[in-house]
Design a protein around this ligand. Sequence first.
Ligand code: GCU
Length: 337
Amino acid sequence: MRKYFVLFVSASILLLLGACSNASSEAGGGHKMVLAHNHPTDHPVHKSLEKFKEEVEARSDGDMSIALYPNGQLGDEREVIELTQTGAVDVTKVSAGALESFRPEYSIFGLPYLFEDTDEFKEKMSDPEITDVIYNASEDIGFVGLTYFDAGSRSLYTRDRVVDDTEDMEGLKVRVQPSATSVAMIDALGGTPTPMAYGEVYTSLQSGIIDAAENNLTSLVSSKHGEVAKHWMYTEHAIVPDMLIMNKQRLDRMTEAERQIIHDSADAANKFHEVVWNEATEAAAEEAQNEMGVEFHDVDKSSFIESVQPLHEEMKADETMGPIYELFKGGDSDEES
Ligand code: GCU
């Protein structure tokens, strides 16, 4: 029932937006843009998107403006990506995991234990020779990447099972992002993958449709998963960033100077995010432990790392993904993979 209501409200908003954005984009060269995402307004990503909006509006002296639609008001991640392709939404923030079914290049981030740690991830993501390939991969399907937001490393959390190694994964129903790489990962680890949209995870954990999920620390608090999942295992199996993507035509219709404003503002938001993200992650761990009673467990990662090696081999051998794997890992020793 709620889903139909959300769809109805989204459809109405979109009809209105469609009417406005067509008109506004022509008006005096100004650009009124719609930005949609699925996090609540107290989430660090929302704060970074507010920063993006502020920067765009200030740098263009108000000639360009952005209306933010948080909380999945305009749909789940798959839906808003589709809306960004058509241009009904101009800019959106979605997880790289959700983008994987649109462009395979994004599946690199879902490959478990690809990066040694977040430092290696950030180093790779600061190299334009790498990021340009990813950001431009979707040009022909209607959108491009502007920047990324660090979403930390993802770990496993369960309603009531403590997991020490992959033997404990047997029969564990784990929610994964709707992405083939995430499904393959949980399969390889011995659990039972259940792909679903992020917005359904809380009730599915609560009702026992799933036993577990995997995400970053902020999910425990900002989406309140810590109320219904009481064990967090530091598996740190993947570093899947959030991506800021934009409708390609909209960007192409802008002047060179306006495009520069968009890119500079995205860079500023990325830097701002580094600070708010770290603060939010630390606060989330404390709150989950002290106020929600979540127990935190270290795990021996070796059985996890070993179980997913075939996924690395498969990706290296893939025609499209082999070169992307090489781009991220070429020149590195194999020790962490
Ligand atoms: C992260 C990410 C979200 C995404 C979610 C998921 O929290 O920031 O954009 O929806 O993971 O697991 O689906």
